[in-house]
Design a protein around this ligand. Structure first.
Ligand SMILES: NC(=O)c1ccc[n+]([C@@H]2O[C@H](COP(=O)([O-])OP(=O)(O)OC[C@H]3O[C@@H](n4cnc5c(N)ncnc54)[C@H](OP(=O)(O)O)[C@@H]3O)[C@@H](O)[C@H]2O)c1
Length: 248
């Protein structure tokens, strides 16, 4: 039975993807820092779910957790690099260096640690698909998006460079770039302020986590000859609205 490794499975896109893959007969290895959520996912999803509790910013912890994966879950066919966050609401000139380091360590380094640890096994088995979760902010500037958007530009470009290095191998690489999606993402961004996070969605209809889970399912189940290299998914109520013009 094939397995998918999903970083950041304790809420949002990762959780919805884990549920979908389990329903469809896959094994799921899901990670996160919140042990109690991993335990309740195990109760909900059953023995085909393996939770690994670690902080993705800690390379030694990532390597140790991956080394601990039992034989029954070792046939990892898909890696979904999903764990990520947007912290800080300040412009570049006043933003917190701590917040920047958190985003670089999580959104960039964490993704690299998981990729480097799991990719050789995929190549050895002659089967694999790496799905990197970028963002619409990776290709367009937005105010106070400074390091978050830049980290997602990294994810997009790294995905392209992975495809270049893996050319000729059977391993596929996809970058999925969601627009606004209702998850705990806004709650984390607002520092736990529930009202502020709800304001992000007020009056509009954001994507749901299951919409991105279904996108992951589709790209994974495309024929092996077909690699969806990148895909942007926006809510119907979200669009580009031109550049800004600062008046004196
Ligand atoms: N929601 C959106 O509007 C949106 C739009 C575009 C892109 N994205 C991207 O989608 C991905 C998933 O976000 P989401 O919307 O599902 O947000 P979410 O509900 O807040 O989920 C984020 C996940 O990342 C994990 N995570 C964060 N920091 C971690 C760390 N240091 N170590 C281990 N795990 C960590 C969290 O687990 P723990 O807290 O348990 O560690 C959680 O499972 C992110 O990469 C995000 O940038 C989201």
């Amino acid at each position: 039975m094939s397995a998918i490794f999903i970083s950041g499975v304790t809420s949002g896109l990762g959780q919805a993807t884990a549920q979908l893959f389990i329903q469809n007969g896959w094994k799921v290895i899901g990670t996160g820092r919140r042990a109690e959520r991993l335990e309740s996912l195990r109760s909900e999803l059953g023995e085909n779910f393996l939770g690994l509790c670690f902080d993705i910013r800690d390379k030694a912890a990532v390597d140790a957790a991956i080394a601990s994966i039992p034989e029954g879950f070792s046939q990892i066919a898909v890696l979904m690099n999903n764990a990520g966050l947007f912290v800080g609401t300040q412009p570049v000139q006043t933003a917190s260096m701590d917040d920047w380091e958190t985003m670089v360590q999580t959104n960039i380094l964490g993704l690299l640690y998981c990729t480097r640890a799991l990719l050789p096994g995929m190549l050895e088995r002659g089967k694999g698909h790496v799905i990197n979760i970028g963002s619409v902010t990776g290709t367009r500037a937005c105010r106070t998006g400074n390091v978050y958007g830049a980290s997602k530009a990294f994810v997009r470009h790294f995905s392209d460079n992975m495809r270049a290095d893996l050319l000729g191998s059977p391993v596929r690489v996809t970058c999925i770039e969601p627009g606004r999606t209702r998850t705990e993402f806004s709650l984390v961004h607002s520092g736990g302020d529930v009202e502020a996070s709800e304001r992000d969605y007020l009056g509009g209809e954001p994507l749901l986590a299951e919409d991105i889970a279904n996108t992951v399912w589709w790209v994974v189940n495309c024929p092996q000859r077909m690699n969806v290299s990148k895909i942007e998914v926006m809510p119907t109520c979200q669009a580009d609205a031109g550049t800004m013009f600062a008046k004196r």
